[in-house]
Design a protein around this ligand. Structure first.
Ligand SMILES: [Zn+2]
Length: 331
């Protein structure tokens, strides 16, 4: 009987090979090849010039401590840059590339599948929107990313009513009998409480689901769009050799594929995952965008001598990370 297979008029593999790749390279005349070689080299040199003279560190890119290095044409070694959105926009502008976007919006149950997932494809066109496509990039974002999924509920003070002011104390309440275990204290009114004071222990605290993930719709779309655009710019400018993965995109704790690539493998137990998540969130709140600065904070908090250098968070114990988190929470 007839099959459902469709016959497609498609060039044979060999013909495709001849049109591109190594065959096409071989088909060029020496002059043509020389010309494309010159252009490629000049393009990369100009990319270096743009990075050095136009892009501003801190705005257009930053230099993460975990970044790899590259060598420019003068043999000078540089750390790879972590391209931010404004930097990507400038590179696209200088290369006369115009982006267009397609997106897919997926809706989940918010329980096993994120409430909202956006997948954005960015195309960079030469000259204008109807120009030929030079590169494509993909970006996605979803409401299960730690920074969107949770907020941190904090305990309020029964004495002064301040919200989120209760901290675990390292000391027993003032005037308590010797041997009383450490309790709680309010960083606003300085009141202290015993360990099992129910006006505090019965309050919810810790990581709670964001009450309304749908509020994040636009935020998640923008994030996916930004990621897709930056990906496309990297492709178009052949900049991967010079441009590094963004820490902002590195999920803390749970999903770690990108983090793993840069050696930031984290979080085996759920408890550790939560600690590391919390550390990343506090770091971000404090404008700390470099792993190196975060590691300095962990070292400083734990009195670790600078001699113990590391570029990976797994070198720190749970307790060391916990102290660093607590130190930031107290400030
Ligand atoms: Zn208080």
């Amino acid at each position: 009987m007839g099959s459902d297979l469709e016959i497609v008029d498609r060039p044979l593999a060999l013909e495709v090979q001849k049109a591109a790749g190594i065959y096409a390279l071989g088909a060029q005349t020496d002059d043509e090849f020389g010309e494309s070689l010159t252009r490629l080299k000049r393009g990369l040199e100009r990319l270096d010039i743009i990075i050095a003279t136009v892009l501003v560190e801190g705005t257009d890119y930053d230099t993460p401590s975990y970044a790899g290095t590259y060598v420019d044409k003068d043999g000078t070694e540089h750390k790879k840059k972590n391209l931010r959105l404004p930097g990507a926009e400038k590179l696209a502008l200088m290369a006369r590339l115009v982006p267009s976007f397609d997106f897919q919006r997926l809706v989940g149950d918010g329980d096993t599948v994120p409430d909202i997932v956006y997948v954005v494809k960015c195309r960079l066109h030469m000259g204008s929107h109807d120009g030929p496509v030079v590169a494509e990039g993909l970006g996605s974002a979803n409401t299960f990313e730690t920074k969107y999924r949770y907020r941190y509920a904090e305990k309020s003070c029964p004495a002064c009513g301040a919200v989120g002011s209760i901290r675990k104390s390292q000391f027993p309440p003032r005037g308590a009998e010797k041997g009383t275990p450490p309790g709680w204290w309010c960083k606003e009114c300085k009141a202290d409480f015993v360990k099992d004071d129910e006006s505090i222990t019965l309050q919810g605290a810790g990581k709670v689901d964001n009450p309304d993930p749908l509020d994040l719709d636009n935020t998640v779309l923008k994030m996916a769009k930004t990621r897709g655009f930056r990906d496309a710019v990297k492709m178009a400018t052949g900049g991967s050799a010079r441009l590094e993965q963004d820490m902002e995109d590195l999920p803390a704790g749970n999903a770690q594929p990108k983090a793993a690539e840069s050696g930031q493998t984290v979080a085996q137990s759920p408890a550790r995952a939560e600690l590391v998540d919390r550390l990343f969130i506090l770091a971000k709140d404090r404008g700390v965008t470099k792993f190196g600065d975060m590691f300095d904070h962990i070292r400083a908090t734990n009195g670790i001598l600078a001699g113990r250098m590391t570029t990976v968070i797994r070198d720190f114990s749970d307790n060391e990370i916990r102290s660093a988190v607590e130190a930031w929470e107290k400030k």
